[in-house]
Design a protein around this ligand. Structure first.
Ligand code: PEP
Ligand code: MG
Length: 582
Protein backbone atom coordinates (compact mmCIF):
# COMPACT_ATOMS: atom_id res chain seq x y z
CA UNK A 1 0.00 0.00 0.00
CA UNK A 2 2.74 2.43 0.86
CA UNK A 3 4.91 1.75 -2.17
CA UNK A 4 5.37 4.56 -4.65
CA UNK A 5 3.89 3.94 -8.09
CA UNK A 6 4.17 5.86 -11.29
CA UNK A 7 1.45 6.09 -13.96
CA UNK A 8 1.70 7.58 -17.42
CA UNK A 9 -1.10 9.38 -19.21
CA UNK A 10 -1.60 12.21 -21.63
CA UNK A 11 -0.93 15.87 -20.88
CA UNK A 12 -4.12 17.93 -21.11
CA UNK A 13 -2.94 21.02 -19.21
CA UNK A 14 0.78 21.46 -18.41
CA UNK A 15 2.20 22.07 -14.92
CA UNK A 16 2.93 20.24 -11.67
CA UNK A 17 0.83 19.74 -8.54
CA UNK A 18 0.97 17.88 -5.24
CA UNK A 19 -2.04 16.95 -3.08
CA UNK A 20 -4.27 14.24 -1.64
CA UNK A 21 -6.44 12.17 -3.97
CA UNK A 22 -10.06 13.21 -3.88
CA UNK A 23 -12.17 10.84 -5.95
CA UNK A 24 -15.12 12.20 -7.91
CA UNK A 25 -17.36 10.78 -10.58
CA UNK A 26 -18.91 7.64 -9.20
CA UNK A 27 -22.41 8.99 -9.80
CA UNK A 28 -23.27 7.60 -13.17
CA UNK A 29 -21.93 4.14 -12.47
CA UNK A 30 -24.98 2.10 -11.61
CA UNK A 31 -24.49 0.34 -8.31
CA UNK A 32 -27.28 -1.32 -6.38
CA UNK A 33 -30.93 -0.52 -7.09
CA UNK A 34 -32.82 0.82 -4.08
CA UNK A 35 -36.59 0.32 -3.91
CA UNK A 36 -39.03 2.44 -1.94
CA UNK A 37 -42.59 1.94 -0.72
CA UNK A 38 -45.50 3.56 -2.51
CA UNK A 39 -46.11 6.06 0.28
CA UNK A 40 -42.55 7.47 -0.11
CA UNK A 41 -43.01 8.29 -3.79
CA UNK A 42 -44.21 11.86 -3.09
CA UNK A 43 -41.21 12.63 -0.87
CA UNK A 44 -38.74 11.46 -3.49
CA UNK A 45 -40.39 13.53 -6.22
CA UNK A 46 -40.42 16.59 -3.96
CA UNK A 47 -36.75 16.05 -3.13
CA UNK A 48 -36.03 15.75 -6.86
CA UNK A 49 -37.58 19.17 -7.47
CA UNK A 50 -35.68 20.70 -4.57
CA UNK A 51 -32.30 19.49 -5.75
CA UNK A 52 -33.03 20.51 -9.35
CA UNK A 53 -33.74 24.06 -8.16
CA UNK A 54 -30.63 24.03 -6.02
CA UNK A 55 -28.48 22.89 -8.93
CA UNK A 56 -29.88 25.67 -11.14
CA UNK A 57 -29.12 28.26 -8.47
CA UNK A 58 -25.60 26.93 -8.14
CA UNK A 59 -24.99 27.15 -11.88
CA UNK A 60 -26.32 30.71 -11.90
CA UNK A 61 -23.99 31.67 -9.10
CA UNK A 62 -21.02 30.12 -10.93
CA UNK A 63 -21.96 32.15 -13.95
CA UNK A 64 -21.71 35.39 -11.96
CA UNK A 65 -18.11 34.52 -11.10
CA UNK A 66 -17.10 34.95 -14.72
CA UNK A 67 -16.45 38.51 -15.73
CA UNK A 68 -15.93 37.85 -19.43
CA UNK A 69 -12.13 37.98 -19.28
CA UNK A 70 -11.78 34.24 -18.76
CA UNK A 71 -11.48 31.96 -21.77
CA UNK A 72 -14.17 29.72 -20.28
CA UNK A 73 -17.50 30.19 -22.04
CA UNK A 74 -19.89 30.44 -19.12
CA UNK A 75 -22.86 29.98 -21.45
CA UNK A 76 -22.33 26.20 -21.05
CA UNK A 77 -23.88 26.69 -17.62
CA UNK A 78 -27.12 27.72 -19.37
CA UNK A 79 -27.17 24.35 -21.09
CA UNK A 80 -27.11 22.65 -17.70
CA UNK A 81 -30.07 24.72 -16.61
CA UNK A 82 -31.96 23.69 -19.75
CA UNK A 83 -31.30 20.02 -19.07
CA UNK A 84 -32.48 20.43 -15.47
CA UNK A 85 -35.73 21.91 -16.81
CA UNK A 86 -36.09 19.46 -19.68
CA UNK A 87 -39.59 17.92 -19.47
CA UNK A 88 -38.29 14.64 -20.93
CA UNK A 89 -35.62 14.31 -18.23
CA UNK A 90 -37.96 15.35 -15.40
CA UNK A 91 -40.78 13.16 -16.73
CA UNK A 92 -38.62 10.05 -16.97
CA UNK A 93 -37.18 10.41 -13.47
CA UNK A 94 -40.66 10.96 -11.99
CA UNK A 95 -42.02 8.02 -13.96
CA UNK A 96 -39.20 5.74 -12.77
CA UNK A 97 -39.85 6.68 -9.16
CA UNK A 98 -43.62 6.28 -9.54
CA UNK A 99 -43.90 3.14 -11.63
CA UNK A 100 -40.75 1.19 -10.77
CA UNK A 101 -40.71 2.35 -7.15
CA UNK A 102 -36.97 3.08 -7.26
CA UNK A 103 -35.47 5.69 -4.95
CA UNK A 104 -34.40 9.09 -6.26
CA UNK A 105 -30.70 8.26 -6.67
CA UNK A 106 -31.39 5.02 -8.55
CA UNK A 107 -33.93 6.79 -10.78
CA UNK A 108 -31.58 9.67 -11.62
CA UNK A 109 -28.81 7.22 -12.46
CA UNK A 110 -31.01 5.05 -14.65
CA UNK A 111 -32.46 7.96 -16.59
CA UNK A 112 -29.10 9.73 -16.96
CA UNK A 113 -27.50 6.55 -18.26
CA UNK A 114 -30.31 6.16 -20.72
CA UNK A 115 -29.79 9.71 -22.02
CA UNK A 116 -26.01 9.21 -22.15
CA UNK A 117 -26.39 6.01 -24.18
CA UNK A 118 -28.72 7.70 -26.64
CA UNK A 119 -26.46 10.76 -27.01
CA UNK A 120 -23.42 8.58 -27.59
CA UNK A 121 -25.28 6.47 -30.13
CA UNK A 122 -26.12 9.62 -32.11
CA UNK A 123 -22.41 9.68 -33.04
CA UNK A 124 -21.97 13.38 -33.76
CA UNK A 125 -19.60 15.48 -31.69
CA UNK A 126 -22.49 17.72 -30.66
CA UNK A 127 -24.37 14.85 -29.02
CA UNK A 128 -21.20 13.40 -27.53
CA UNK A 129 -20.70 16.75 -25.79
CA UNK A 130 -24.31 16.59 -24.51
CA UNK A 131 -23.56 13.19 -23.04
CA UNK A 132 -20.77 14.85 -21.02
CA UNK A 133 -23.30 17.45 -19.89
CA UNK A 134 -25.61 14.70 -18.72
CA UNK A 135 -22.82 13.14 -16.64
CA UNK A 136 -22.30 16.54 -15.08
CA UNK A 137 -25.98 16.97 -14.14
CA UNK A 138 -26.27 13.46 -12.73
CA UNK A 139 -23.11 13.95 -10.69
CA UNK A 140 -24.31 17.24 -9.30
CA UNK A 141 -27.78 16.04 -8.28
CA UNK A 142 -26.44 12.94 -6.58
CA UNK A 143 -23.89 14.99 -4.65
CA UNK A 144 -26.81 16.90 -3.07
CA UNK A 145 -28.58 13.68 -2.11
CA UNK A 146 -25.47 12.48 -0.31
CA UNK A 147 -24.69 15.79 1.30
CA UNK A 148 -27.86 15.45 3.35
CA UNK A 149 -26.71 12.04 4.47
CA UNK A 150 -23.73 13.75 5.99
CA UNK A 151 -21.14 13.42 3.18
CA UNK A 152 -19.03 16.52 3.19
CA UNK A 153 -16.90 18.19 0.63
CA UNK A 154 -13.23 17.97 1.30
CA UNK A 155 -11.62 19.84 4.16
CA UNK A 156 -8.21 18.98 2.80
CA UNK A 157 -6.10 21.96 1.84
CA UNK A 158 -4.50 20.60 -1.29
CA UNK A 159 -6.41 18.12 -3.39
CA UNK A 160 -5.82 16.32 -6.63
CA UNK A 161 -9.18 15.60 -8.20
CA UNK A 162 -9.24 12.04 -9.47
CA UNK A 163 -12.03 11.87 -11.98
CA UNK A 164 -13.32 8.39 -12.78
CA UNK A 165 -14.96 9.38 -16.04
CA UNK A 166 -14.77 12.27 -18.48
CA UNK A 167 -13.64 15.40 -16.67
CA UNK A 168 -16.40 18.10 -16.58
CA UNK A 169 -16.52 21.79 -15.53
CA UNK A 170 -18.34 21.08 -12.28
CA UNK A 171 -15.41 18.97 -11.12
CA UNK A 172 -13.57 22.24 -10.73
CA UNK A 173 -16.45 24.61 -10.03
CA UNK A 174 -17.78 22.52 -7.14
CA UNK A 175 -14.61 22.93 -5.09
CA UNK A 176 -12.46 25.77 -3.95
CA UNK A 177 -10.22 26.26 -6.99
CA UNK A 178 -7.31 27.33 -4.80
CA UNK A 179 -7.35 23.92 -3.17
CA UNK A 180 -7.22 21.99 -6.46
CA UNK A 181 -3.57 21.38 -7.25
CA UNK A 182 -4.10 19.06 -10.22
CA UNK A 183 -6.58 16.77 -11.96
CA UNK A 184 -6.13 13.15 -13.04
CA UNK A 185 -8.89 11.69 -15.19
CA UNK A 186 -9.84 8.69 -17.27
CA UNK A 187 -10.50 10.81 -20.31
CA UNK A 188 -10.86 14.41 -21.41
CA UNK A 189 -9.38 16.23 -24.37
CA UNK A 190 -7.45 19.45 -24.63
CA UNK A 191 -10.43 21.32 -26.04
CA UNK A 192 -13.05 20.16 -23.55
CA UNK A 193 -14.78 22.85 -21.50
CA UNK A 194 -13.21 21.38 -18.41
CA UNK A 195 -9.70 21.71 -19.87
CA UNK A 196 -10.39 25.29 -20.91
CA UNK A 197 -11.51 26.08 -17.39
CA UNK A 198 -8.59 24.26 -15.74
CA UNK A 199 -6.18 26.13 -17.97
CA UNK A 200 -7.69 29.47 -16.97
CA UNK A 201 -6.98 28.57 -13.32
CA UNK A 202 -3.52 27.10 -14.11
CA UNK A 203 -4.54 23.65 -12.87
CA UNK A 204 -2.46 20.87 -14.48
CA UNK A 205 -4.40 17.93 -15.91
CA UNK A 206 -3.31 14.45 -16.95
CA UNK A 207 -5.87 12.18 -18.61
CA UNK A 208 -5.85 8.73 -20.15
CA UNK A 209 -5.22 6.99 -16.81
CA UNK A 210 -7.15 3.72 -16.69
CA UNK A 211 -8.22 1.38 -13.87
CA UNK A 212 -7.90 4.37 -11.56
CA UNK A 213 -9.84 2.89 -8.62
CA UNK A 214 -7.53 -0.11 -8.52
CA UNK A 215 -4.48 2.09 -8.43
CA UNK A 216 -5.43 5.24 -6.54
CA UNK A 217 -7.28 5.30 -3.20
CA UNK A 218 -8.98 8.29 -1.55
CA UNK A 219 -6.47 10.32 0.42
CA UNK A 220 -3.41 8.89 -1.34
CA UNK A 221 -0.72 11.47 -1.82
CA UNK A 222 -0.35 12.24 -5.52
CA UNK A 223 2.33 14.15 -7.33
CA UNK A 224 1.14 15.11 -10.81
CA UNK A 225 3.81 16.11 -13.29
CA UNK A 226 1.68 17.04 -16.27
CA UNK A 227 4.70 18.36 -18.16
CA UNK A 228 5.84 14.76 -18.34
CA UNK A 229 2.28 13.31 -18.29
CA UNK A 230 3.19 11.38 -15.15
CA UNK A 231 1.36 10.73 -11.87
CA UNK A 232 3.29 9.53 -8.82
CA UNK A 233 1.10 7.67 -6.30
CA UNK A 234 2.33 7.91 -2.71
CA UNK A 235 5.62 9.52 -3.78
CA UNK A 236 8.50 8.97 -1.41
CA UNK A 237 9.70 11.94 0.70
CA UNK A 238 12.78 12.07 -1.51
CA UNK A 239 10.65 12.52 -4.66
CA UNK A 240 8.47 15.15 -2.93
CA UNK A 241 11.45 17.10 -1.66
CA UNK A 242 12.99 16.99 -5.08
CA UNK A 243 9.74 18.30 -6.58
CA UNK A 244 9.45 21.14 -4.01
CA UNK A 245 13.06 22.16 -4.57
CA UNK A 246 12.67 22.01 -8.37
CA UNK A 247 9.53 24.12 -8.20
CA UNK A 248 11.28 26.78 -6.12
CA UNK A 249 14.33 26.86 -8.37
CA UNK A 250 12.29 26.90 -11.54
CA UNK A 251 10.08 29.77 -10.36
CA UNK A 252 13.09 31.92 -9.51
CA UNK A 253 14.87 31.20 -12.80
CA UNK A 254 11.76 31.76 -14.91
CA UNK A 255 11.03 35.07 -13.18
CA UNK A 256 14.55 36.38 -13.69
CA UNK A 257 14.67 35.36 -17.36
CA UNK A 258 11.23 36.80 -18.07
CA UNK A 259 12.39 40.19 -16.84
CA UNK A 260 15.57 39.99 -18.91
CA UNK A 261 14.17 38.89 -22.27
CA UNK A 262 11.72 41.57 -23.28
CA UNK A 263 14.05 42.30 -26.19
CA UNK A 264 15.45 40.70 -29.36
CA UNK A 265 18.06 37.99 -29.04
CA UNK A 266 21.38 37.48 -30.85
CA UNK A 267 23.67 34.49 -30.69
CA UNK A 268 27.07 34.97 -29.05
CA UNK A 269 28.50 35.70 -32.51
CA UNK A 270 25.82 38.26 -33.34
CA UNK A 271 23.25 36.38 -35.47
CA UNK A 272 19.70 37.61 -34.92
CA UNK A 273 17.28 34.80 -34.04
CA UNK A 274 13.52 35.31 -33.78
CA UNK A 275 11.61 33.67 -30.98
CA UNK A 276 7.89 33.92 -31.58
CA UNK A 277 4.91 32.62 -29.63
CA UNK A 278 2.41 29.86 -30.32
CA UNK A 279 -1.05 30.82 -29.16
CA UNK A 280 -3.73 28.23 -28.48
CA UNK A 281 -6.07 29.89 -25.99
CA UNK A 282 -7.18 33.54 -26.06
CA UNK A 283 -5.33 34.40 -22.84
CA UNK A 284 -2.08 33.08 -24.32
CA UNK A 285 -1.64 36.38 -26.14
CA UNK A 286 -1.11 38.10 -22.77
CA UNK A 287 1.47 35.47 -21.84
CA UNK A 288 3.13 35.96 -25.21
CA UNK A 289 3.65 39.68 -24.69
CA UNK A 290 4.57 39.24 -21.01
CA UNK A 291 7.26 36.71 -21.97
CA UNK A 292 8.87 38.93 -24.60
CA UNK A 293 7.64 37.25 -27.81
CA UNK A 294 9.15 38.75 -30.98
CA UNK A 295 5.76 38.16 -32.58
CA UNK A 296 3.29 35.33 -32.96
CA UNK A 297 4.36 32.45 -35.18
CA UNK A 298 1.20 30.39 -34.83
CA UNK A 299 -2.35 31.29 -33.84
CA UNK A 300 -4.33 28.06 -33.55
CA UNK A 301 -7.68 29.59 -34.48
CA UNK A 302 -9.69 26.41 -34.01
CA UNK A 303 -8.88 26.49 -30.28
CA UNK A 304 -9.48 30.19 -29.89
CA UNK A 305 -13.01 29.77 -31.18
CA UNK A 306 -13.59 26.31 -29.78
CA UNK A 307 -15.82 27.17 -26.85
CA UNK A 308 -18.48 28.66 -29.09
CA UNK A 309 -21.70 26.73 -29.52
CA UNK A 310 -22.24 27.82 -33.12
CA UNK A 311 -19.91 28.53 -35.97
CA UNK A 312 -18.59 32.02 -35.11
CA UNK A 313 -20.06 34.72 -37.33
CA UNK A 314 -17.82 36.90 -39.47
CA UNK A 315 -18.32 39.83 -37.07
CA UNK A 316 -17.39 37.70 -34.10
CA UNK A 317 -14.27 36.48 -35.88
CA UNK A 318 -13.26 40.00 -36.91
CA UNK A 319 -13.60 41.19 -33.33
CA UNK A 320 -11.62 38.28 -32.11
CA UNK A 321 -8.70 38.58 -34.57
CA UNK A 322 -8.58 42.33 -33.99
CA UNK A 323 -8.19 41.80 -30.27
CA UNK A 324 -5.15 39.61 -30.89
CA UNK A 325 -3.59 41.92 -33.49
CA UNK A 326 -4.08 44.88 -31.19
CA UNK A 327 -2.23 43.20 -28.35
CA UNK A 328 0.72 42.13 -30.48
CA UNK A 329 0.86 45.64 -32.04
CA UNK A 330 3.44 46.22 -34.76
CA UNK A 331 4.98 42.78 -34.41
CA UNK A 332 4.27 40.01 -36.88
CA UNK A 333 1.35 37.67 -36.30
CA UNK A 334 0.90 34.43 -38.26
CA UNK A 335 -2.72 33.30 -38.16
CA UNK A 336 -3.33 29.68 -39.08
CA UNK A 337 -6.56 28.81 -40.82
CA UNK A 338 -8.75 26.54 -38.70
CA UNK A 339 -7.21 23.12 -38.25
CA UNK A 340 -10.44 21.31 -37.50
CA UNK A 341 -10.36 17.51 -37.40
CA UNK A 342 -8.04 14.87 -35.90
CA UNK A 343 -8.48 15.31 -32.16
CA UNK A 344 -9.72 18.88 -32.53
CA UNK A 345 -13.45 19.01 -33.04
CA UNK A 346 -14.87 22.34 -31.92
CA UNK A 347 -18.42 22.25 -30.66
CA UNK A 348 -19.63 24.33 -33.54
CA UNK A 349 -18.54 21.81 -36.14
CA UNK A 350 -20.45 18.68 -37.03
CA UNK A 351 -17.93 16.01 -37.98
CA UNK A 352 -18.79 12.68 -39.50
CA UNK A 353 -17.54 9.71 -37.47
CA UNK A 354 -14.20 8.66 -38.95
CA UNK A 355 -12.28 5.45 -38.53
CA UNK A 356 -8.94 7.22 -38.60
CA UNK A 357 -9.51 10.94 -37.95
CA UNK A 358 -5.86 12.06 -38.10
CA UNK A 359 -5.69 10.67 -41.61
CA UNK A 360 -9.13 11.92 -42.42
CA UNK A 361 -11.09 15.03 -43.15
CA UNK A 362 -9.02 17.73 -41.55
CA UNK A 363 -7.90 21.38 -41.90
CA UNK A 364 -7.42 22.49 -45.53
CA UNK A 365 -9.27 19.36 -46.70
CA UNK A 366 -12.37 20.63 -44.92
CA UNK A 367 -11.87 24.25 -45.95
CA UNK A 368 -11.56 23.42 -49.64
CA UNK A 369 -14.86 21.60 -49.43
CA UNK A 370 -16.55 24.17 -47.20
CA UNK A 371 -15.61 27.27 -49.17
CA UNK A 372 -18.23 29.27 -47.25
CA UNK A 373 -16.27 28.76 -44.02
CA UNK A 374 -12.93 29.17 -45.79
CA UNK A 375 -13.91 32.51 -47.34
CA UNK A 376 -15.52 33.76 -44.17
CA UNK A 377 -12.40 33.13 -42.10
CA UNK A 378 -10.17 34.69 -44.73
CA UNK A 379 -12.36 37.80 -44.94
CA UNK A 380 -12.46 38.13 -41.17
CA UNK A 381 -8.66 37.90 -40.82
CA UNK A 382 -8.09 40.34 -43.67
CA UNK A 383 -10.61 42.90 -42.44
CA UNK A 384 -9.30 42.67 -38.88
CA UNK A 385 -5.69 42.83 -40.03
CA UNK A 386 -5.85 45.97 -42.17
CA UNK A 387 -3.58 48.03 -39.90
CA UNK A 388 -1.46 45.13 -38.76
CA UNK A 389 1.51 42.99 -39.72
CA UNK A 390 -0.27 39.68 -40.19
CA UNK A 391 0.27 36.62 -42.39
CA UNK A 392 -1.97 33.62 -43.06
CA UNK A 393 -0.81 30.02 -42.76
CA UNK A 394 -2.46 26.90 -44.22
CA UNK A 395 -2.42 23.64 -42.24
CA UNK A 396 -2.26 20.06 -43.56
CA UNK A 397 -1.52 21.00 -47.15
CA UNK A 398 -0.62 17.74 -48.90
CA UNK A 399 -0.32 18.51 -52.62
CA UNK A 400 0.61 21.51 -54.71
CA UNK A 401 -2.79 21.24 -56.34
CA UNK A 402 -4.45 21.94 -52.97
CA UNK A 403 -2.25 24.97 -52.52
CA UNK A 404 -3.04 26.28 -56.01
CA UNK A 405 -6.77 25.91 -55.29
CA UNK A 406 -6.38 27.65 -51.93
CA UNK A 407 -4.50 30.51 -53.54
CA UNK A 408 -7.33 31.00 -56.03
CA UNK A 409 -9.74 31.40 -53.12
CA UNK A 410 -7.41 33.92 -51.46
CA UNK A 411 -7.11 35.93 -54.68
CA UNK A 412 -10.85 35.88 -55.16
CA UNK A 413 -11.55 37.07 -51.61
CA UNK A 414 -8.90 39.81 -51.88
CA UNK A 415 -10.43 40.99 -55.13
CA UNK A 416 -13.90 41.16 -53.63
CA UNK A 417 -12.57 43.06 -50.60
CA UNK A 418 -10.52 45.32 -52.88
CA UNK A 419 -7.46 44.56 -50.76
CA UNK A 420 -3.95 43.40 -51.59
CA UNK A 421 -3.43 39.65 -51.47
CA UNK A 422 -2.02 38.94 -47.98
CA UNK A 423 1.26 37.12 -47.38
CA UNK A 424 0.39 33.43 -47.25
CA UNK A 425 2.41 30.38 -46.32
CA UNK A 426 2.20 26.67 -45.76
CA UNK A 427 2.55 24.68 -42.56
CA UNK A 428 4.64 21.70 -43.62
CA UNK A 429 3.31 18.81 -41.56
CA UNK A 430 2.43 16.22 -44.19
CA UNK A 431 5.35 14.14 -45.59
CA UNK A 432 4.32 14.54 -49.24
CA UNK A 433 4.42 18.33 -48.96
CA UNK A 434 7.78 18.62 -47.18
CA UNK A 435 9.34 16.18 -49.64
CA UNK A 436 8.12 18.48 -52.39
CA UNK A 437 9.47 21.60 -50.64
CA UNK A 438 11.60 22.72 -53.61
CA UNK A 439 8.46 23.05 -55.75
CA UNK A 440 6.29 24.55 -53.04
CA UNK A 441 8.87 27.15 -52.07
CA UNK A 442 8.51 29.01 -55.36
CA UNK A 443 4.78 29.38 -54.78
CA UNK A 444 4.58 30.56 -51.16
CA UNK A 445 5.56 33.63 -49.12
CA UNK A 446 6.82 31.74 -46.09
CA UNK A 447 7.12 28.26 -44.62
CA UNK A 448 6.76 26.74 -41.20
CA UNK A 449 7.37 23.16 -40.09
CA UNK A 450 4.74 21.50 -37.93
CA UNK A 451 6.95 18.89 -36.31
CA UNK A 452 4.09 17.57 -34.13
CA UNK A 453 2.13 16.18 -37.03
CA UNK A 454 5.00 15.72 -39.45
CA UNK A 455 6.65 13.33 -37.01
CA UNK A 456 3.50 11.30 -36.41
CA UNK A 457 2.91 10.91 -40.13
CA UNK A 458 6.54 10.08 -40.94
CA UNK A 459 6.92 7.59 -38.10
CA UNK A 460 3.36 6.21 -38.32
CA UNK A 461 3.19 6.74 -34.54
CA UNK A 462 0.14 8.53 -33.08
CA UNK A 463 1.27 11.68 -31.25
CA UNK A 464 -1.32 11.07 -28.50
CA UNK A 465 -0.59 7.40 -27.92
CA UNK A 466 1.91 6.67 -25.13
CA UNK A 467 2.20 3.07 -26.36
CA UNK A 468 4.15 4.15 -29.43
CA UNK A 469 5.88 7.11 -27.86
CA UNK A 470 9.31 5.52 -28.32
CA UNK A 471 8.82 5.76 -32.10
CA UNK A 472 7.57 9.34 -31.93
CA UNK A 473 11.10 10.64 -31.60
CA UNK A 474 12.13 14.01 -33.09
CA UNK A 475 15.82 13.12 -32.97
CA UNK A 476 15.49 10.13 -35.26
CA UNK A 477 18.29 10.84 -37.82
CA UNK A 478 15.92 10.60 -40.81
CA UNK A 479 13.65 13.21 -39.26
CA UNK A 480 16.50 15.65 -38.62
CA UNK A 481 17.69 15.20 -42.20
CA UNK A 482 14.24 16.03 -43.58
CA UNK A 483 14.00 19.19 -41.46
CA UNK A 484 17.52 20.28 -42.41
CA UNK A 485 16.80 19.80 -46.12
CA UNK A 486 13.62 21.90 -45.79
CA UNK A 487 15.55 24.68 -44.00
CA UNK A 488 18.27 24.63 -46.69
CA UNK A 489 15.77 24.78 -49.55
CA UNK A 490 13.94 27.73 -47.98
CA UNK A 491 17.19 29.58 -47.36
CA UNK A 492 18.46 29.01 -50.90
CA UNK A 493 15.21 30.45 -52.15
CA UNK A 494 15.35 33.42 -49.73
CA UNK A 495 12.09 32.38 -48.07
CA UNK A 496 11.68 32.54 -44.32
CA UNK A 497 11.11 29.28 -42.48
CA UNK A 498 10.24 28.57 -38.87
CA UNK A 499 9.46 25.56 -36.73
CA UNK A 500 6.26 25.90 -34.71
CA UNK A 501 5.91 22.31 -33.50
CA UNK A 502 6.76 21.48 -29.87
CA UNK A 503 10.29 20.54 -30.83
CA UNK A 504 11.24 24.22 -31.23
CA UNK A 505 10.12 25.01 -27.68
CA UNK A 506 12.15 22.28 -26.02
CA UNK A 507 15.44 23.79 -24.78
CA UNK A 508 17.17 20.43 -25.13
CA UNK A 509 17.00 20.86 -28.91
CA UNK A 510 17.98 24.54 -29.19
CA UNK A 511 21.63 23.92 -30.17
CA UNK A 512 20.64 21.17 -32.60
CA UNK A 513 18.11 23.40 -34.36
CA UNK A 514 20.46 26.39 -34.50
CA UNK A 515 23.13 24.03 -35.78
CA UNK A 516 20.99 22.91 -38.72
CA UNK A 517 20.32 26.54 -39.59
CA UNK A 518 16.99 27.46 -37.92
CA UNK A 519 16.63 31.19 -37.30
CA UNK A 520 12.92 31.37 -36.43
CA UNK A 521 11.55 29.47 -33.43
CA UNK A 522 7.86 29.56 -32.52
CA UNK A 523 7.22 28.21 -29.03
CA UNK A 524 4.80 28.21 -26.09
CA UNK A 525 4.94 31.64 -24.43
CA UNK A 526 6.30 30.43 -21.09
CA UNK A 527 9.44 28.97 -22.72
CA UNK A 528 10.38 32.08 -24.75
CA UNK A 529 12.74 33.57 -22.12
CA UNK A 530 14.55 30.24 -21.63
CA UNK A 531 15.06 29.70 -25.34
CA UNK A 532 16.32 33.29 -25.74
CA UNK A 533 18.73 32.90 -22.84
CA UNK A 534 20.14 29.72 -24.40
CA UNK A 535 20.47 31.32 -27.83
CA UNK A 536 22.37 34.28 -26.36
CA UNK A 537 24.93 31.82 -24.95
CA UNK A 538 25.47 29.83 -28.16
CA UNK A 539 27.70 30.68 -31.11
CA UNK A 540 25.82 30.10 -34.38
CA UNK A 541 29.02 29.13 -36.19
CA UNK A 542 30.08 26.72 -33.45
CA UNK A 543 26.62 25.12 -33.39
CA UNK A 544 26.75 24.66 -37.18
CA UNK A 545 30.24 23.19 -36.97
CA UNK A 546 29.13 20.67 -34.31
CA UNK A 547 25.96 19.81 -36.22
CA UNK A 548 27.97 19.03 -39.36
CA UNK A 549 29.10 15.84 -37.55
CA UNK A 550 25.48 14.90 -36.81
CA UNK A 551 24.86 13.35 -40.17
CA UNK A 552 27.44 10.67 -39.67
CA UNK A 553 25.34 9.37 -36.77
CA UNK A 554 22.74 6.83 -37.79
CA UNK A 555 20.74 6.03 -34.62
CA UNK A 556 18.63 8.20 -32.34
CA UNK A 557 20.58 7.04 -29.29
CA UNK A 558 23.72 8.26 -31.05
CA UNK A 559 22.05 11.62 -31.69
CA UNK A 560 20.96 11.70 -28.06
CA UNK A 561 24.56 11.26 -26.94
CA UNK A 562 25.61 14.02 -29.31
CA UNK A 563 22.93 16.35 -27.88
CA UNK A 564 23.98 15.62 -24.30
CA UNK A 565 27.61 16.25 -25.13
CA UNK A 566 27.15 19.54 -27.00
CA UNK A 567 24.58 20.80 -24.49
CA UNK A 568 27.01 20.11 -21.68
CA UNK A 569 29.88 21.77 -23.54
CA UNK A 570 28.02 24.87 -24.69
CA UNK A 571 25.24 25.56 -22.17
CA UNK A 572 25.69 22.97 -19.43
CA UNK A 573 25.57 25.42 -16.52
CA UNK A 574 22.48 27.08 -17.85
CA UNK A 575 20.45 23.93 -18.44
CA UNK A 576 21.23 22.78 -14.92
CA UNK A 577 19.72 25.96 -13.55
CA UNK A 578 16.42 25.15 -15.29
CA UNK A 579 15.48 21.93 -13.48
CA UNK A 580 12.81 20.68 -15.87
CA UNK A 581 15.32 20.41 -18.65
CA UNK A 582 18.25 18.84 -16.83
C1 PEP B 1 2.20 20.76 -35.66
O1 PEP B 1 1.58 19.80 -36.14
O2 PEP B 1 3.42 20.72 -35.41
C2 PEP B 1 1.50 22.01 -35.35
C3 PEP B 1 2.16 23.10 -35.06
O3 PEP B 1 0.16 21.99 -35.35
P1 PEP B 1 -0.78 21.30 -34.24
O4 PEP B 1 0.09 20.94 -33.07
O5 PEP B 1 -1.81 22.31 -33.90
O6 PEP B 1 -1.32 20.12 -34.96
MG1 MG C 1 -0.41 20.07 -36.91
Amino acid sequence: MTKERKLSGITVVEGKGLGKAYIVGRAVQQSSVVSISRQDVGDHIMRFNEIRERAKEDYRSYQKNFDGTSSFDASILNIYEHILDDPAFIGQVVETITTKLFDLETSIRLVSNDFIKRFNAAGTSYFKERSGDMVEICEKLITYIHENKGRQKTFLDSIVLVVLRTFTPSDILSYDVHKIKAVVSVSGGKTSHAAILARSYSIPVVSGIHNITERIHPGDELLVDADKATVFIRPTPTVINKYVELEKKETVVRKTLKKKWDRPVYTRDGVHIEVLANISMPDDINDATANGADGVGLVRTEYLLSNKKEFPSEEEQIKFYKSIFKKIGKKECVVRMMDIGGDKIPEFFQMPTEFNPFMGWRAIRILLERKDLFEMQLRAIMIAGQQYNYKIMFPMVTTLQEWIESREVIKEVSKKLKMDVPKCGVLFEVPLAILEMDTFIREIDFASIGTNDLLQYLSAADRNNPKVNHLYNPIEPAFIKIIKTAIDISKDNGTSISICGEMAGNPIYTILLLGIGLKRFSVIPRNIPIIKELISNISYVEAAESASHLFAIDTSSGVNKWIKRVNKQMVGDLLQKIPTFE
